[in-house]
Design a protein. Structure first.
Length: 83
């Protein structure tokens, strides 16, 4: 129960978007590595500096990251998994 002086927890649109992308990536078999990064078989997605970025992880090294629109994350993951 909340006290009278407490405000209800409200998620910002950005927090909602990050959580939405995280859930989508989990459905695609990604594992959350850190707070804002996820790793698939060879594909790496991170949220940093206010942007989502995607790249490949090969031999424990992350390659060049490409900025992506969070609304296009599904298509970006499909593309990066094929190359």
């Amino acid at each position: 129960m909340m006290r009278n002086d407490e405000k209800p927890l409200v998620k910002s649109p950005l927090t909602f978007k990050i959580n939405h992308v995280g859930e989508l990536l989990k459905k695609k078999g990604f594992v959350q590595q850190e707070l804002y990064s996820w790793l698939g078989k060879f594909t790496f997605v991170i949220f940093e500096n206010g942007q989502f970025k995607i790249g490949h992880k090969i031999e424990n090294k992350i390659g060049k990251l490409t900025v992506i629109n969070p609304d296009d994350i599904g298509d970006a993951v499909k593309y990066f998994d094929r190359i």
